[in-house]
Design a protein around this ligand. Sequence first.
Ligand SMILES: [Fe+2]
Ligand SMILES: [Fe+2]
Length: 332
Amino acid sequence: MYAQGLIGADGKTGESPEFLEAFQKRIDAEEKIEPNDAMPEGYRKTLIRQIGQHAHSEIVGMLPEGNWITRAPSLKRKAALLAKVQDEGGHGLYLYSAAETLGVSREQMTEELHSGKAKYSSIFNYPTLTWADIGIIGWLVDGAAIMNQIPLCRCSYGPYARAMIRVCKEESFHQRQGYEIVMTLAQGTPAQREMVQDALNRWWWPVLMMFGPHDSDSQHSDQNMAWKIKRFSNDALRQKFVDATVPQGEYLGLTFPDPELKWNEEKGGYDFGPIDWDEFWRVVKGGGVMNRDRIRDRKAAWENGAWVREAALAHAEKRRQRAAEAAPIAAE
Ligand SMILES: [Fe+2]
Ligand SMILES: [Fe+2]
């Protein structure tokens, strides 16, 4: 039997070795952990941090592409991009809701994003300079997101795992629309080919950084694997991504900006050159081209949307009052 706790219960009462062992047994048996279940405080905090960062990434990720909606080259492209950016907003909302089941509020998470305390994926701190960037983002950034997120469909925390199933289906549409843009440009005029090659050159290394530091430098990795929050290591996912993506680029006659990229028959995968971790940390710490703009835009969106939140709350309160007047007993 497992003790049942309230949402946000500190869990400390239960953190005896027996409690931790019983919890681990549930995880090992592939049982899903649900919001009202007792859970170690470390498990709860790790998930709040991870799901919160994931939600922020979806929401901030709307900015670099939203910037191109009005400049999409055709009605078809505009409709697809609009749908994609709206999907990302939806992903953010599912994920904020999933995090809220762990006892954190949406306001707290937003506050942490705005103050810089909470991170989001650093890939969104790079600028989108041409239309080809929109194709490359769909193909590579959403492609990397899929690699990261498919294993999360089997994450031990139920609400997160379930949200990921729908998110992954939508991500695969995003990736295809991106690849189709890239394909069109790669088969287009010399200027279009050059534009898409330039975009690939700029995005390739930042995309490889999306999988996070090498396993040897990654904190908390073992505990998260044991808790089945994480199912594959950063390096394993990065390798899978490179192996899946390089043939797709070669098919279009594109080249990757890595002289060391080479098929390795023995390991059955590609070898690739070293990642510039100094750049990675510089951008994570706020030194990317777009860090400041992204947070400024998110803050403005939050402030400009205050009246919508107030109106929605006032409306809900009015409805509650009306229901109470109509059926005073049922409302009690
Ligand atoms: Fe997404
Ligand atoms: Fe996406």
